[in-house]
Design a protein around this ligand. Structure first.
Ligand SMILES: Nc1ncnc2c1ncn2[C@@H]1O[C@H](COP(=O)(O)OP(=O)(O)OP(=O)(O)O)[C@@H](O)[C@H]1O
Length: 261
C-alpha cells in the first residue's frame, strides 16, 4: 500500500467560517467536525445557504477557516503559505464544478492537460491523457472545443481534468446540477467507479437524493452545522433516502442562521 493511501483523506476539526456581509457577519460554517476514510464516496446535502460550498472550499484550500483545523491527507492546510496551498491543491486534489469551468478556446485535450500546464509541466506521452479519456468515454472528442460538446461530455472532460494529476481526493460541487437526469446519473456512475475501482475519495455536494444515493455516506448540513450522517446503502431507493434526509432536517430544529453584527 502506498504511503498516501494510509492517510486520512479528510479531517475537519471544529472548523468555522464567517463572512462579512456589509455591517453583519454570516456564520457559513459553525464548528464542523468530519472524518472521511480513504476510498469513501460522501455526499453533502443541505438547503441553499446551509454551507455546503463553503465546506468544499475550505477542504480544497480555496478559502481558509476562521477557526478550527482542516487536514487533507494528514497535511494541516493552515501550515501552508498561499503559494504552497495552491501547489498542494493542484497536485493532490481534483476539483469538479457544476458549470464545468472549461476554457472555451482550448480543445478537450488541452483542457484536460491544463493543470499540468498551470504547474509548468510539459505533458509527457505517458501522462495518462489517453487512458483517462478512454476510461471516461471521451477519447474521440479530444480535438473538440467545449462549445461543440454536450453537457455530459463537458463534465466528463472536467472530471478527466481533475484526474490528470492523479489525486487521491476529488471534491465535486453539484457535478450534475447542469445536466439532465439521465446524463447526471451516468456522471454519478462514473464517480462511483472512480471510488470503487481506483480507491479515490470523493466528496460531492448535491441537492438531489437520486444523486446522493450513489454515495456511501450522506452528510446533512443545516445552518452551517452537520446535523446528521447516514449510510445511503441502508435505503432501497432515492425516495426513502429523501425521506431520511427530510426527517433529519425536520428533527434538527427551526432554521436560524447565526449572524452577528
Ligand atoms: N464569499 C462570501 N461572502 C459573503 N457571504 C458568503 C460568501 N460565500 C458564502 N456566503 C454565505 O455563507 C452562507 C453559506 O453559503 P454556501 O454557498 O456555502 O451555501 P450552500 O449550501 O452551498 O448554498 P447553495 O446550495 O445555494 O449553493 C450563505 O449565507 C452565503 O450567503
Amino acid at each position: 500500500m502506498k504511503e498516501t493511501e494510509k492517510k486520512i483523506p479528510v479531517e475537519v476539526l471544529n472548523a468555522s467560517k464567517s463572512y462579512r456581509q456589509g455591517a453583519s457577519e454570516v456564520l457559513a460554517l459553525d464548528g464542523v467536525d468530519l472524518y472521511v476514510q480513504p476510498g469513501t464516496f460522501v455526499a453533502v446535502m443541505g438547503a441553499s445557504g446551509s454551507g455546503k460550498s463553503t465546506l468544499l472550499h475550505l477542504l480544497s484550500g480555496l478559502t481558509r477557516p476562521t477557526s478550527g483545523r482542516i487536514q487533507i491527507e494528514g497535511q494541516d492546510l493552515a501550515t501552508l503559505s498561499d503559494r504552497e496551498l495552491t501547489h498542494f491543491r493542484r497536485q493532490r486534489i481534483g476539483l469538479v464544478f457544476q458549470s464545468f469551468n472549461l476554457v472555451p478556446s482550448l480543445t478537450a485535450a488541452d483542457n484536460i492537460l491544463f493543470p499540468l500546464y498551470a504547474a509548468g509541466i510539459q505533458p509527457a506521452d505517458d501522462c495518462g491523457l489517453m487512458e483517462i479519456a478512454a476510461r471516461l468515454g471521451i477519447e474521440d472528442r479530444l480535438s473538440h472545443r467545449p462549445d461543440s460538446l454536450s453537457g455530459g461530455e463537458q463534465q466528463r472532460v472536467a472530471i478527466a481534468r481533475s484526474l490528470i494529476t492523479n489525486p487521491a481526493i476529488i471534491f465535486a460541487d453539484e457535478p450534475t446540477g447542469s445536466l439532465d437526469s439521465e446524463t447526471g446519473q451516468s456522471i454519478c456512475k462514473l464517480l462511483r467507479e472512480l471510488c470503487d475501482q481506483q480507491n479515490r475519495t470523493i466528496m460531492m455536494v448535491t441537492h438531489e437524493p437520486s444523486v446522493a444515493a450513489w454515495a456511501d455516506t450522506v452528510v446533512v448540513l443545516r445552518d452551517g452545522k452537520i446535523v446528521g450522517r447516514f449510510d445511503s446503502e441502508s435505503f432501497d431507493d432515492s425516495q426513502s433516502l429523501a425521506a431520511q434526509y427530510q426527517s433529519i432536517l425536520e428533527t434538527s430544529g427551526p432554521i436560524a442562521r447565526s449572524s452577528a453584527s
